[in-house]
Design a protein. Sequence first.
Lengths: 250, 208
Amino acid sequence: MLKNRIIPCLDVKNGRVVKGINFVDLKDAGDPVEQAKIYSDGGADEICFLDITASNENRDTIYNVVKETSKKCFVPLTVGGGVRSIDDIYKLLNCGADKVSINTAAVQNPSVVEESSKKFGSQCIVVAIDAKKKGDKWEIFTHGGRKETGINAIEFALKMEKSGAGELLVTSMDKDGTQSGYDIELMKNISENVNIPVIASGGVGTLDHLVDGIKSGASAVLAASIFHYGTYSVNQAKQYLASKDIPVRI
Amino acid sequence: MNVTIVDYNSGNISSVINSFTEVAKGTVNLEVTSDLNKIKSSDKVVLPGQGSFKSCIDALNSINGLIDTLDEFVINKKKPLFGICVGLQMFADVGYEETETKGLGWISGKVSKIDNKNGKYKLPHIGWNQINIVKDSKIFKDVGNNSHMYFVHSYEFIPEDKDLISATTDYSSKIVCSVEKDNIFGTQFHPEKSDKVGLKIISNFINL
């Protein structure tokens, strides 16, 4: 049976780990390579690096981080943040990333998703959707949640599936950093509408939130703070999910 | 001993290189190349593969003499080869991803899309799934039945001779995830991304 994945996410800035509250107010807390190794040794099903401020800054540091991590961690490594072009994707894959997540570029230039999934295979193309609730709908935001687009999140998810995305990483901008749980309705709506796996992200504060995320239909749950600040270990999270009859790899 | 990972522009092979480097740790000479002479003179060959069946076959074909060299290595010399993911799928006679494409024909069979039971199963099949070891395989030495392996694929290899299947995994049906035919080994899952138990499989292949 296919297991639900738990994915710790490390927000990286200038080659160092940070974790933002609502994408601002950053705290520096460690070496990403070391952190990733701790997670993979602890049973993480996948590791995610998000180069958070990459859209605006020199991002060459991430290549080195990816290179070093991939020599030490033998679980899948997803890298996102500031990925603009086929060339950026190629460079990250070449450094040892297994998947690349595309956010702003997928909205501005959807052909990047189409071309890259043809060139490298859908298996390594993740489209990151940052969405905010507007009335009874969700709207897409880009540039790390700073820019409004007016695009409907569900319609966009369907379009990305058609364009060749292998997975969708869905983050609720309303919930991110609040530790009050995923936006369950958003996750549910997107996973019901697409036939590719959805990774739920944004808002985890307790282990029950992870359970709710899986129950909403997501194939995987991503969390940063609860793991990063040591509130829970990945193994504790897995044991808890297993106790709630959610299939996980232990 | 010389182990060669065939580098034929089939997408991202860094993880394959990193994992074999980790396992080999200086005890074997690891080459990453498409140089035909180096492949000929190696003791073992690893054939990775990412992207579509067609794109991988096209990539093999674009290197003059590569398929003949691999045929010679596997069929005539009977030296060990390990195919990973699409590397395994290409053993088949034919694949149906994108368009009907002729495979290497080392193991009779076809590669077709996983039946998603009208959307009940999401595709790609991504994540950790347990393997059911149905037959002893040299690459499963000290690998427990029901071990978790990392999968990413939408197509499955269906060999004609079911006796060549060494493991299956459950996703909509019993999907073939490992085959062994004499000197030919292949896994649909990614041992290079399957943590310690995956590295064990790589070590078993290196130590055949």
